[in-house]
Design a binder for this molecule. Structure first.
Ligand SMILES: *[C@@H]1O[C@H](CO)[C@@H](O)[C@H](O)[C@H]1NC(C)=O
Length: 427
């Protein structure tokens, strides 16, 4: 999709949605009243209208069992797992929500049977033991596009590779072929992945299945004849090998949403997969059809204004060519930022947030933890940064490569529990 139509789509949805007009009207009434100190009843009416609309269309959260089945135990202050050693702060540990470093490691060190909790029906094996919860280890590592540096991104091989290396979850993107079949694919075009300059929306599934997507991959030799999988093939594979999945929707396309919802309903796999998007509407549309599906949103600064994000401002490339569209994008971003922080998580029922890694602070993490929303960092590829996120910020992450990360750390802790793997950053 071009960047322009992103905004146009947004505006069009706004103009044609009765709910949004109601909300705006309520807001207007309050605004008029506050600014012009007019008639008291308008405020009351506006507030009632606004609250009413929000309550009426608000979606309930997914069940706690499913959320814990997917993410592991929640990192809540009520967990009585602590030590007095927090390398990142002077605040007494009792005042800090979330788990401490040691308690996380304890969870990560739980016996292998409990670590690999994935089963196709997503059973929980949590249990109380002397007041201490020793249930599933928290989900820490997610293979971004199936860890696309280790194997061709968004492929069945990538998913299998993740499983073989002990990673518990993958994230993948869904897109559509010309004949409207949902497939796992990230870009518009095949050039980056297969060296062919064709848009996938102009190709039928049959044509697409002839394309080898290992061609441009650095480890391509090992994965020759890899094909773009359909969404259904991918989900079936995940369920059969007990791999959890995050479905990233780039669009609120009806066909994709219907396919997502119907697969969840067919397999009843609510604790094995979640749905995520940058667009609140996509997540809302999915959860409106089936609120049992766990909702998640991705966020980065300046999503509507810039094509990509890096903490280096000078390298940012604006999406919009015209000044007015650029302004519109700034407003869209402001609305989106406010929405994520103040409204969407409650209104859409989000159980998780995927944050761009450079914009995460520990305070931010704890704020979301207190709301019981899981937070993950993307895309964390450097081994040292992985350590930083797990130890200092105390978060899981999405990564393009499982090298040098917690999957290995957890395994080494299990083989030698006394090893001080994390001491490096403490001193
Ligand atoms: C397909 O991918 C492109 C590029 O990421 C995106 O703009 C588009 O919305 C996607 N289409 C669907 C149906 O998800």
């Amino acid at each position: 999709m071009t960047s322009r139509s992103l905004i146009e789509d947004g505006l069009l949805t706004g103009i044609t949605s009765f709910r949004i007009w109601l909300i705006l009207y309520g807001g207007l009434l309050i605004f008029i009243d506050t600014v012009f100190c007019t008639y008291f009843p308008t405020t009351v009416l506006g507030t009632i209208l606004l609250t009413g609309v929000l309550w009426k269309f608000r979606l309930p959260l997914a069940s706690k069992d499913d959320v814990e089945g997917f993410f592991g135990v929640s990192f809540r202050p009520s967990l009585q797992l602590d030590d007095n050693l927090d390398p990142t702060s002077n605040t007494p540990i009792q005042d800090q929500p979330g788990l401490t470093v040691k308690s996380r490691l304890l969870l990560m060190r739980s016996p292998p049977s409990q670590l690999s909790t994935s089963s196709s029906n997503g059973q929980k094996n949590g249990q109380k033991n002397g007041g201490r919860i020793v249930s599933e280890a928290p989900l820490i590592v997610v293979g971004h596009r199936g860890a696309g540096l280790d194997a061709p991104e968004n492929s069945l091989s990538a998913i299998r590779e993740c499983k073989n290396r002990g990673c518990e979850a993958v994230e993948f993107d869904v897109n559509l072929t010309k004949d409207n079949i949902p497939v796992l694919f990230h870009d518009d075009n095949l050039i980056r992945i297969a060296g062919i300059d064709r848009n996938i929306k102009d190709m039928t599934l049959d044509e697409l299945k002839k394309v080898d997507i290992s061609i441009m991959h650095p480890l391509g030799d090992r994965f020759r004849k890899e094909r773009v999988p359909t969404f259904e093939e991918a989900v079936n594979l995940c369920l059969s090998i007990g791999m959890k999945f995050i479905i990233d929707l780039k669009d609120d396309d009806e066909t994709v949403i219907a396919a997502v919802v119907s697969l969840f309903q067919k397999h009843q796999c609510y604790s094995m997969g979640i749905v995520s998007s940058f667009y609140v509407k996509a997540v809302y549309d999915v959860r409106r059809r089936d609120p049992k599906i766990i909702g998640c949103m991705a966020w980065r600064p300046g999503y509507y204004r810039y094509t990509t994000w890096s903490s280096n401002w000078e390298n940012l490339e604006p999406r919009q060519k015209s000044l007015y569209m650029d302004w519109a994008a700034i407003i869209m971003d402001a609305v989106n930022d406010w929405g994520i922080n103040c409204l969407y998580w409650w209104f859409v029922g989000l159980s998780a947030i995927l944050f761009q890694k450079d914009s995460i602070t520990r305070e931010e993490t704890y704020r979301w933890m207190k709301r019981d929303v899981r937070i993950y960092a993307w895309t964390v590829n450097s081994p040292l940064e992985k350590l930083h996120f797990v130890q200092n910020v105390q978060l899981g992450y999405l990564t393009d490569s499982l090298d040098g990360g917690e999957v290995n750390t957890v395994n080494s802790l299990q083989s030698s529990p006394n090893q001080k793997t994390f001491s490096i950053l403490r001193t």
